[in-house]
Design a binder for this molecule. Structure first.
Ligand SMILES: NC(=O)c1ccc[n+]([C@@H]2O[C@H](COP(=O)([O-])OP(=O)(O)OC[C@H]3O[C@@H](n4cnc5c(N)ncnc54)[C@H](OP(=O)(O)O)[C@@H]3O)[C@@H](O)[C@H]2O)c1
Length: 268
């Protein structure tokens, strides 16, 4: 890849990562697309290069596996002159009573949503600090702002992503590296099916398309925001979680989520 304007996007085979990739290419980035389903990455890569003329490359990797993460880190290092932006969008959710899912599934969620995000952020920062330029977007959630019963590990993991990203962003500011936590609310992607959310009830929540979410996030990144909460409805939701007592938001969250646990997709 010859050009010096490379964005690496994890979770690019679907949803928000897919849309971010398309929009980043339209904004002039070359792409390295990462996820497990390499066939989908290849289809996206060929669509994007055809439409925008940008260089695109793919890397199939299961980011819950340390050895596969090292493959990605090597790919980042071998492209370090070009690397301008890392988007950590790969992530999974899990909804249900604590006793239901096998512990292994919970550990994989932590490995992907916390460990991989941390490792890849650090490795990217190490590459960008000497250059004193670059950017990092970590996808958190509106669930980062409050504890959510029946989604307890997921909401705690996203609280980690928000806190980690905010603090890292402040540290990296002096090196000219822009860091942002993207906090979507309910966005229509494969996320709900994978997480096992049984409802498609849009009456009480503002649902966004992945394209609108990606656009709002990238616009906020270009404005230099540290935290991007996508859409007015989600901004109001976050505001209300700051104002309301935690005991109340816990009870509301519990009532909303308790009956929405379906059967998660097997992601083996
Ligand atoms: N959709 C929402 O309502 C919502 C709300 C708030 C936050 N988020 C966050 O937004 C991010 C993107 O989710 P999405 O909504 O776009 O969901 P999605 O459509 O299910 O996309 C998830 C992406 O993560 C990748 N992924 C899953 N497991 C992986 C693994 N072990 N290794 C590598 N890649 C893996 C998937 O690709 P493969 O299966 O091909 O590996 C896919 O590309 C996540 O971090 C999610 O927590 C979503």
């Amino acid at each position: 890849m010859g050009s010096g304007n490379l964005a690496v996007v994890t979770g690019a085979s679907s949803g928000i990562g897919w849309e971010m990739s398309k929009q980043l290419a339209a904004r002039g980035y070359d792409l390295l697309l990462v996820a497990r389903r390499e066939d989908r990455l290849r289809a996206l890569a060929s669509e994007v290069s055809h439409q925008t003329g940008r260089n695109t490359d793919v890397l199939g990797a299961d980011l819950t596996q340390p050895s596969e993460r090292r493959k990605l880190v090597s790919a980042l290092e071998s492209r370090k002159e070009a690397l301008q932006l890392l988007v950590n969008s790969a992530g999974v959710g899990m909804v249900g009573p604590t006793v239901a899912p096998p512990l292994e599934r919970i550990m994989k969620l932590i490995e992907l949503n916390i460990t991989a995000v941390t490792e890849l952020s650090y490795e990217t920062a190490k590459i960008m600090i000497p250059r004193r330029a670059g950017g990092l977007i970590n996808v958190a959630s509106t669930a980062s702002f409050q504890a959510v019963p029946y989604m307890n590990v997921y909401s705690a993991a996203k609280a980690y992503v928000l806190s980690f990203t905010e603090a890292l962003g402040e540290e990296l500011r002096e090196y000219g590296i822009r860091v942002m936590a993207l906090c979507p609310g309910y966005t229509k992607t494969e996320f709900q099916a994978v997480a096992g959310v049984k409802y498609d009830d849009t009456r009480f929540r503002s649902v966004m398309s992945a394209a609108a979410c990606a656009r709002a996030g990238l616009d906020d990144f270009d404005k230099g925001k540290r935290i991007s909460v996508t859409g007015l409805g989600n901004k109001l939701l976050v505001l209300s979680s700051w104002i309301a007592p935690r005991s109340i938001t816990l009870k509301i969250g519990s009532r909303l989520m308790k009956n929405r646990a379906g059967q998660p997709l097997n992601d083996e």
